[in-house]
Design a protein around this ligand. Sequence first.
Ligand code: ADP
Ligand code: MG
Length: 366
Amino acid sequence: MFLSGKRIARVSQRLDIEGLTCAFDGQTVVEDVSLSIAAGQVLCLLGPSGCGKSTTLRAIAGVEAPVAGVIRIDGRVLCGDGPMVPPERRGVGLIFQDFALFPHLSVAENVAFGLKGTRAARRRRAGELLERVHLSPYLDSYPHELSGGEQQRVALARALAPKPRVMLMDEPFSGLDNRLRDGIRDETLGLLKEEGTAVLLVTHEPEEAMRMADEIALMRGGRIVQRGAPYNIYNNPADRAAAAFFSDINVIEGEVNGALTATPFGRFLAPGVPDGTRVDIVIRPQHVRIDFDRAGRGPNPTPQDGSPARAVVTRSRFIGKESLVEFRLDEGGEMSATVPSVFLPKPGTPMWLAIRRDRCFVFPQP
Ligand code: ADP
Ligand code: MG
C-alpha cells in the first residue's frame, strides 16, 4: 500500500509463541505456553522463582531447545517444524540482571559490539544510543567506572543498537537499588515504546509487572494460569493463589447452601456452585473497612457492604504510608485490614468491620 509516495509498513512487528514446552532430563519445566506480543507492547511473564520464566525466555532467545512448540517473529518461524534459527539471527535483544557487559571494552565498544558495518558507522550508532540513555560523557569509560544504574543503561543501549524486533529482559532491574529503580524502569520503558519493540519482561515482583506491563501472563509450575491487563488480573484473579500472588489476602471459608454462603459478614452469592461445596471467599486487606459510622451503633446492613461484623484488634503495626491492623472476629476467624497510618488502634479495642462484596472473590476449594 502506498500513501504520499511512502510505503506503509505492515504493523506486524511481534512475537508469537504457541504450545511451547521445555524439559530438562525428562522433567517438564515449561508446559504448553502460548503468548503473543504486538509491536510496542510490554508483556510481563510473572511468577515465583522456579516456575519456568527464564527457561521460556531462553527458548525464545534460541539458547534452549524446546521439546515442542512454535516460535515466530513477524510471522517468520524461528523454531518449530524446520531447523532452529540460531540466536544471533533471531532479531532479539537480551538484557539480564547482571547486565553482562564486557569489562575490557569501553562503554562505546560495548554498545558497538554486535553491530555490523564500518568502524565509524558502528561508533556513530553507539554514540546515538548512548545519547538516548544520557551517557554521552561516558563513551570512553569502562564498565567498572559506572554505577549500577549507568551499567544497566549501557546494557539497554547495547541491546537496542541492532534494532531488535523483540526485546527479552530477565529480571533486568533486580540488581538496582530501590531508589534508582523506578526512574530507570520508566526511562527504559519509554525508550522501548519509542522504538516500537515488542518486549517480554520476566519478573517475580508483582509491583514491577503492574508498573511496566500492558499485559501480565501469570505463570505457576511451568504453565500460564492467567493473562490480562494489570488492572484486570489484580481485580479479577483466576484463583486463590493468583489473588495471593499480588497482596496479602484474607480468606473466609464457607459452605454453599442454596447458592449462598453464610459468613460473619452476611450471606454471599455463589451462583452456579452446587450445595455442599466448600468455598474460599477472598478479600484483600485494603478492601476491609473499619466501620466508624456503625461503631457502637451496631449492624446496619446495606446490599453493597453486607453486614458489618464485630471484631477485636489483636495487633497493630505502622508500616509507613499505612497501618496494618489484625483482628479476631467475634464469630471466629481472623482478618487483617490496611488503613491510613494516622490510625493505630490498641490491641483489645472492639470495632466493626465491613467488606465490600464487589471486592470479594469466591472460589470453590480445590
Ligand atoms: P524461573 O526463571 O521462573 O525462576 P527457571 O526457568 O530458571 O525458573 O527454572 C525452571 C525449572 O527448571 C527449575 O526447577 C529449575 O531448577 C529447572 N532448570 C532450569 N535450568 C535448568 C538446567 N539447565 N538444567 C536442569 N534444570 C534446570
Ligand atoms: Mg529466572
